[in-house]
Write a protein that binds this ligand. Structure first.
Ligand SMILES: [Zn+2]
Length: 421
């Protein structure tokens, strides 16, 4: 039979977009703030209520709920094969102080909807499927962020955790009743995370969803420029050693270097400190703080080299001394290509355009990718807005994204590749 000529009947979706949407709105009511957003900082009373609601929903869906030492919550739907590794799916329920209803929450509740949908359809899988809520992704109340997922993969120095206003991470876990089992170990096959894009590319491309290839690396630099304090009225311009004017020349020249190296290189000077910061004094010291992002470490290395030359040239021209130091280096993350193909195939089967894109922000998936095959699916964000009560993704787009996630998770948990249509 020539199957190419046979039109496939439209498949009934597995998941229920209306049920997922209702759960998103129920969750958003916890810690609701003006403008339609939510404020649920990690390990606060609001976070506890969100956790309790999620745990109840997971139990109602037949999952066993387990908590590890970092307070990460896992709702596990058993599989047919005993001891088979888990297909893990999730994100985070904590928010920014002026957070929206979708950042993180969508990934957790979409994972729950996948499990509810499999229950409705009476589908068993070989592998267990677990939905996870990672603790303190946002890093607002405790530093560093991505705490739970970093702890889970063994990439966290628990002693270095710092809470605002003296808050202690483990004491707060205890207080809200989520100090978990320090010996909990899960055997994970792979990790899927659905998240809002938090940027404008999918909207510009008129795509509901996108498959994420990876997360940009981030490096921070400080350039310290030393000139000489001098009187603004009595010192001729040519006789000055003006640290701020040197900083200005450096900023312009470095931005040009960044643009020439790669149009995708994100170069930002978001913080400048000028001393003595007095209107009638030529400033003797200026510090520039640079945030640099790209997917390719070689491009960032090349920028670092160019930066050294530019600093040398400008320092000589402006009669200042300048030095540079690197404050942070987070390596770029590449997601699993087989899982990206699986998500793309599931989108294709539903006749949904799903371009490949890069993530500008860090996610829990960045932590997981260091230990298990990991993939992310983005859903379009209106105007690219997030960390804001106005954050919004269309209900139809959310439903489509959840269905693609469900098809990918299901195919993985029954050990098959999705059919190519
Ligand atoms: Zn998030």
């Amino acid at each position: 039979m020539d199957t190419q000529l046979t039109k496939q009947p439209t498949r009934q979706p597995l998941t229920r977009g209306d049920r997922l949407w209702a759960s998103l709105m129920d969750m958003a009511a916890i810690g609701a703030i003006a403008g339609g957003g939510s404020c649920r900082l990690s390990l606060t009373n609001e976070d506890k209520l969100a956790r309790d609601l999620f745990a109840n929903w997971a139990r109602e869906a037949g999952c066993g709920v387990h908590v590890d030492r970092y307070g990460n919550m896992f709702g596990i739907r058993p599989g047919r094969l005993s001891n088979a590794p888990i297909v893990l799916v999730g994100s985070h329920l904590d928010t920014q102080p002026h957070g929206g209803r979708f950042d993180g929450v969508l990934g957790v509740l979409a994972g729950l909807e996948v499990i509810r949908a499999l229950n409705d359809a009476g589908i068993e899988t070989d592998h267990p499927i677990a939905v996870v809520n990672w603790t303190n992704e946002e890093g607002v109340r405790f530093k560093p962020g991505l705490t739970g997922s970093k702890g889970f993969v063994g990439d966290l120095d628990a002693a270095s955790l710092q809470g605002t206003e003296g808050a202690d991470y483990f004491a707060e876990l205890e207080r809200i009743g989520y100090a978990g089992d320090p010996n909990l170990r899960l055997n994970v096959l792979c990790y899927y995370e659905l998240h809002i894009e938090q940027g404008p590319s999918l909207e510009q491309e008129r795509a509901r969803v996108g498959v994420v290839a990876g997360v940009q690396g981030v490096r921070w630099f400080e350039i310290d420029i030393a000139g000489k304090d001098a009187h603004a009225g009595t010192t001729p311009i040519v006789a000055r050693s003006d640290s701020f004017m040197a900083a200005s020349a450096l900023a312009i020249a470095l931005r040009q270097s960044a643009i020439s190296l790669s149009p995708d290189l994100r170069f930002t000077i978001g913080r400048v400190e000028v001393s003595p910061n007095s209107t009638n004094t030529v400033p003797g010291r200026t510090r520039l703080f640079i945030d640099l992002r790209h997917t390719d470490p070689a491009i960032m290395d090349a920028f670092k080299q160019t930066m050294a030359h530019v600093i040398e040239r400008v320092s000589a021209q402006e009669h200042v001394q300048a030095s540079v130091s690197q404050l942070m280096d987070v390596a770029p993350v590449r997601f699993d290509t087989e899982m990206q193909a699986r998500l793309a195939a599931c989108a294709h089967a539903l006749e949904v355009l799903a371009p490949t894109l890069e993530s500008g922000a860090m996610h829990d998936a960045s932590s997981l990718a260091s230990v298990v095959p990991t993939a992310m699916l983005f859903v379009q964000s209106r105007d690219g807005i997030s960390h804001n009560p106005r954050e919004w993704s269309e209900p139809g787009h959310v439903a489509t994204a959840c269905e693609i996630l469900a098809q990918a998770v299901l195919s993985h948990a029954i050990g098959s590749m999705p059919e190519h249509t």
